[in-house]
Design a protein around this ligand. Structure first.
Ligand SMILES: Cc1ncc(COP(=O)(O)O)c(C=O)c1O
Length: 431
């Protein structure tokens, strides 16, 4: 099976977290997001353990909660010892509402509004991740107004091209995020940060891409940022103590994807960081990582009911489901690959080649093209696998479709963690 939380029942039904998926579809309706608590916890625990094993616990795992942000998921992650990368006051608010301590929140974003900065300073987030000079000034002004000093980490583009999709690559110069290393912009930003009285500069950050299956780019990024911190100490006498390597750890969307175990990505990074530290008499920094997708991604699936199958001779067969780009916009956005299974025939061979389409008024509203599937007809239940990340969090109300509910499974039991929207709620802000 593609993910540890999935299985096959004696009747040949797909299971998740020990629950029969066609039964979940009947009980909660479709479309339905399902996320398994056991795998969610294991993924968090693996990252926490890797910081313990390779850095003696000197570091933190920040769940990039843009991947899946709702209170119960954040509670589960917090319970596993994870802190949070939040990118908006909405994400910060959700974390606080879930009971997360404000100092465990690291505030990201490339254009934090003045209102958001004011809110984040007031609640006392643990750290601001600085994207640009204007923001540095705005944060300093707000901290001064509130008579506080805030911790800050500079976001740097280390110029590393991790193997990933063009649209989700963020490590190089041509990116809207952060300060470039090669041009001297990052060093100039360091000098600028040191001049603001209400900013305590603690470290540097980079995020080199997504769906990375190999540790080598992280090792290279760690080396570059260590060199940067060492040079900044020489130039300005500043001792930065935090090195944040961002997220980007890959997950399995199809059988062709193979990632390292999440306990292993930091092994080479630890060797490289410790070697640089020894060589330059620099204290080993506290290591932060920001896994997003890889915490809930493979722990989640989406269930749909097939409405109809449209056979277009010599062209293709469309299997049309009761959701689509509204609950999963990743195919229309960047052709994301997924594995699709007929949940009530999961034990049968996938003999057909079909295109799975949604029900929105948009030709591009597809979940997957030319994918293998068991023979299906109206009433069958489809499961799209590995949809735990960037599906619910990127969902929309296009065509005024309400967002589906989300249930969490654990050892054969399921509970609703996000109610489905009602059509009345869609009009709640209309005047
Ligand atoms: C700064 C930062 N950290 C972490 C992440 C999470 O990345 P992933 O979901 O690939 O682990 C992202 C994703 O966009 C990001 O921009």
């Amino acid at each position: 099976m593609l993910s540890d939380c999935l299985g096959l029942s004696p009747e040949g039904h797909l299971t998740i977290g020990g629950c029969d998926t066609p039964e979940l579809a009947v009980r909660y309706g479709t479309p339905l997001y399902v996320v398994d608590e056991t795998l969610l916890r294991k993924n968090c625990a693996d990252y926490v353990r890797s910081i313990a094993d390779y850095f003696d616990g000197n570091g933190q795992v920040l769940f990039a909660c843009k991947a899946l942000c709702c209170k119960e998921v954040l509670r589960v992650a917090a319970d596993e010892g994870v802190a949070f990368d939040c990118c908006s006051s909405g994400e910060i608010y959700t974390a606080i509402a879930a009971g997360v301590a404000a100092e465990k929140i690291f505030f990201h974003g490339n254009n934090k509004t003045k209102d958001e900065i004011s809110y984040a300073v007031a609640v006392g987030v643990g750290c601001f991740m600085i994207d640009n000079l204007q923001e540095l000034q705005n944060i300093n002004e707000e901290a001064k107004k509130q008579e506080k000093t805030v911790k800050a980490i500079l976001r740097i583009k280390p110029g590393i091209d991790a193997h990933t999709h063009e649209f989700i690559k963020t490590g190089q110069i041509d990116s809207k995020f952060g300060f470039a290393l090669e041009t001297g912009e990052a060093m100039a930003a360091t000098e600028a940060a040191l001049q603001w009285e209400h900013i305590a500069l603690c470290g540097v950050h980079c995020h080199i891409g997504s769906q990375i299956f190999d540790a080598a780019p992280f090792v290279l990024a760690a080396e570059r940022l260590m060199d940067f911190m060492i040079e900044a100490r020489e130039r300005f006498g500043v001792s930065m103590t935090m090195l944040d390597l961002g997220g980007g750890y890959g997950i399995r969307y199809t059988e062709d994807d193979h990632h390292l175990p999440y306990t292993q990505y930091l092994e080479g990074v630890a060797q490289a960081v410790k070697a640089k530290a020894r060589q330059h008499d620099f204290a080993v920094p506290s290591i932060l990582i920001e896994p997003g997708r890889s915490i809930p991604g493979a722990a989640g699936i989406t269930l749909y009911e097939v409405g109809t199958v449209k056979h277009i001779p010599h062209i293709r067969d469309y299997v049309i489901v009761d959701g689509g780009m509204v609950d999963n916009p990743r195919y229309i956005m960047y052709g994301a690959k997924y594995t699709v299974v007929c949940a009530n025939k999961a034990g049968e061979p996938a003999t057909e080649t079909v295109t799975v389409a949604g029900r929105c008024c948009e030709s591009g509203d597809l979940i997957q093209e030319h994918t293998k599937l068991q023979p299906v007809s109206g009433g069958d239940i489809l499961a799209v696998l590995s949809t735990g990340a960037y599906n619910y969090s990127m969902s929309s109300n296009y065509n005024r479709m309400p967002r589906p509910p989300m249930v969490m499974t654990k050892n054969g039991a399921a509970r609703v963690i996000v109610r489905g929207e009602t059509i009345e709620e869609l009009c709640r802000n209309d005047i």
